[in-house]
Design a protein around this ligand. Structure first.
Ligand SMILES: [Zn+2]
Length: 64
């Protein structure tokens, strides 16, 4: 990850996630972990985003 990337920016760097950035019920302040109305969690549930990609997203998020 380049310097200056914040946890909120990660979704923009993962191409399957980018279309959902800002579309969660909590918008850009969503952590995409367990929020109701989270567009990313919904996409994982529908199979649009692969579960493994979501798992690495959570891992990267914890690293930042
Ligand atoms: Zn979300």
């Amino acid at each position: 990850m380049p310097d200056g990337v914040t946890a909120k920016d990660i979704v923009l760097y993962m191409k399957e996630f980018a279309p959902f950035a800002g579309t969660c019920a909590f918008g850009l302040s969503c952590t995409h972990r367990s929020e109701p109305g989270c567009a990313i969690i919904e996409a994982v549930r529908r199979g649009v985003i692969h579960k493994d990609r979501y798992t690495s997203f959570l891992y990267i998020r914890d690293e930042i």
